[in-house]
Design a binder for this molecule. Structure first.
Ligand code: NAP
Length: 279
């Protein structure tokens, strides 16, 4: 008889059926010979509070949260990690020994570690970063860049209020740039990041000219379906280095897995291939 505990974790969202998170976490469970499972938890918005409180009762070590629960959960858990507080959203819940719930956000970690793994030549001192978009993913990216010491983050969003809110919250390191000036906001930038949904699936490509982006700049896209977005293709055509969105998805899962299963997993080529094949 095996006395090691069987550890449960999962993803709460509405809907959740499209998620690749079970592939990622169950890959690591098998790789590390752990007893456990990561399951999909379709939870309607009106049931979120009850579902979160059921986690300790059902023996869960915790869960991830996705659309539409990431912001609502902030006020439903017992404590919120300062990084999650600044991002304004929770994507990971950990059940503590006493049954209380702690909320974290691993998206900033995921973005930064994906960037460092795939573009080791990037450093915060390389120059300004231009972020297109100011939604939830952009907030995580801005926190990651600001904490890493980037001196100038230009945020350009279709709806100006969200970019201005980021500039107000994060101080002079974040500069809000009007949407009409997005092409010029690439002048002198060392890194361009698309955090909008443009270029994803059936969405039109991001309407952005790369003409003034320096030739040493990197282009990063958070969209990972398709892996090669029109933006990344245009960047490659200009000879620029690129970083796709899949790495962020894989790396954000690592600290969450560690908090539930006690092992910090790695992003291996085998995992990447497995997830790529499921896209
Ligand atoms: P969100 O909070 O809904 O934000 C969406 C962003 O896209 C906003 O800035 C929005 O601008 C902009 N946008 C939407 N339609 C646009 C259009 N037609 N033209 C210009 N801008 C437009 O969503 P999110 O959670 O930040 O996610 C954004 C993207 O990042 C999605 O594609 C998501 O899949 C991806 N993502 C990837 C990862 C990863 O692990 N790789 C993690 C998180 C998110 P407005 O404010 O003007 O509406």
């Amino acid at each position: 008889m095996n006395h090691r505990p069987f550890v449960l974790a999962g993803l709460m969202g509405w809907p959740v059926s499209h998620s690749r998170s079970p592939d990622i976490h169950n890959h690591w469970i098998a790789q590390h010979g752990l007893r456990g499972s990561y399951v999909l938890l379709p939870v309607a918005p009106q049931n979120l509070a009850q579902a979160l409180r059921a986690l300790p009762v059902l023996g869960f070590a915790g869960c991830n949260l996705t659309i539409p629960h990431k912001v609502a959960a902030l006020s439903l858990v017992d404590r919120v990690d300062p990084v999650a507080q600044r991002i304004g959203a929770i994507n990971t819940v950990v059940v503590q020994q006493d049954g209380t719930l702690s909320g974290f956000n691993t998206d900033a970690y995921g973005y930064l570690h994906s960037l460092m793994a795939e573009a080791p030549q990037w450093a915060p001192e390389n120059g300004p970063v231009t972020v297109i978009g100011a939604g939830g993913a952009a907030r995580a990216v801005v926190v990651a860049l600001a904490d890493k010491g980037v001196g100038e983050i230009r945020v350009c969003n279709r709806s100006p209020d969200k970019a201005l809110a980021l500039a107000n919250e994060f101080g002079p390191v974040v500069v809000a740039v009007p949407w009409a000036q997005r092409h010029d906001a690439l002048d002198g930038a060392a890194l361009l990041i698309n955090t909008t949904s443009q270029g994803m699936g059936s969405q039109p490509p991001l309407d952005l000219s790369l003409d003034v982006l320096p030739l040493h700049a990197l282009v990063s896209d958070l969209v990972y379906v398709p892996l090669q977005t029109p933006l990344l293709q245009a960047a490659r055509a200009r000879g620029l280095g690129t970083v796709g969105g899949l790495g962020m998805l894989l790396h954000q899962a690592r600290p969450a897995f560690e908090s539930w299963f006690g092992v910090m997993p790695q992003v291996t080529p085998a995992l990447r291939v497995q997830v790529e094949q499921s896209l």
